[in-house]
Design a protein around this ligand. Structure first.
Ligand code: UDP
Length: 236
């Protein structure tokens, strides 16, 4: 596998070409941003943890029947994934009220829902990722009805799997964001990452936050929180 030129640099990852047109290499950075890039910082060691955690979980999700972009981990920070065009929808599943949900609907954080919720936002930094429904997504031609149906099915299946998995390591899965991509042969697969950057993870006993809210809300101890999740997940 030859690493080629840089195709793209995002807020938390870089993407490189390879000698195979259907594969790319993602490289995870320690850079942290919040509030649509307004707040910037570093969480030392985050890139390594997010890379390993994402790969660990994506391999488990594949076995559970959810197709993903994961191919092979190359190093602590680098992974080969299928080249996809990202569906410009951020898919958010919630099990417990927090963050923008609590703010938008004027409720406290920590309300455990009887049924998980799903919402979509338009992945567009210039517009601040506005919330939209599936009719809006169709009108904007962001995906087809079939693709949206599949994305919903996969997102809830990811939640079923992850919620149980996290509970097993003493973590309540509060909410998370997924992104899906379309491979060169048109298959919808889970892409991007699953990490403390993209999930809210609360210790199920102490309710301590073990995720990026430590950075967003200046709570301190972000590095330690990411390391704690990693330790529980993989014993490292
Ligand atoms: N999230 C994310 N990227 C985003 C927005 C949200 O990974 O651009 C994740 C976030 O970490 C949380 C979940 O999606 O686990 C729900 O986030 P919310 O809508 O509450 O927004 P926030 O409060 O983070 O602005």
């Amino acid at each position: 596998m030859e690493k080629g030129h840089q195709l793209y640099e995002g807020k938390a990852k870089k993407v490189f070409a390879t000698d195979d047109p259907d594969l790319v290499i993602v490289s995870y950075k320690d850079d942290a941003t919040a509030f649509n890039g307004l707040k910037k910082g570093t969480i030392t060691g985050k890139g390594v943890i997010n890379n390993k955690m994402t790969n660990h979980l994506m391999q488990k999700l594949e076995i559970a029947g959810i197709p993903t972009h994961y191919v092979k981990q190359l190093s602590d920070r680098e992974t080969v994934v299928k080249k996809v065009s990202i569906v410009p929808l951020e898919v958010i599943i919630r099990n417990i009220s927090a963050g923008s949900f609590a703010k938008r609907y004027g409720v406290e954080e920590g309300i455990v829902f009887e049924h998980p919720t799903i919402e979509f936002s338009y992945k567009n930094d210039d517009l601040g990722d506005p919330l939209l429904n599936t009719y809006h997504a169709l009108a904007l031609k962001l995906a087809t009805q079939e693709e949206i149906d599949l994305i919903k099915k996969y997102a809830f299946a990811v939640n079923d799997y992850l919620k149980t998995f996290m509970k097993g390591i003493g973590i309540d899965l509060v909410d998370f964001k997924l992104e899906f991509g379309k491979t060169t042969d048109g298959q919808i697969v889970l892409a991007d990452e699953i990490s403390p950057d993209t999930c809210r993870l609360w210790d199920d006993q102490t309710h301590e936050k073990l995720d990026k809210d430590r950075f967003r809300r200046d709570l301190g101890g972000a590095e330690e929180a990411y390391e704690e999740v990693m330790r529980r997940l993989m014993g490292e």
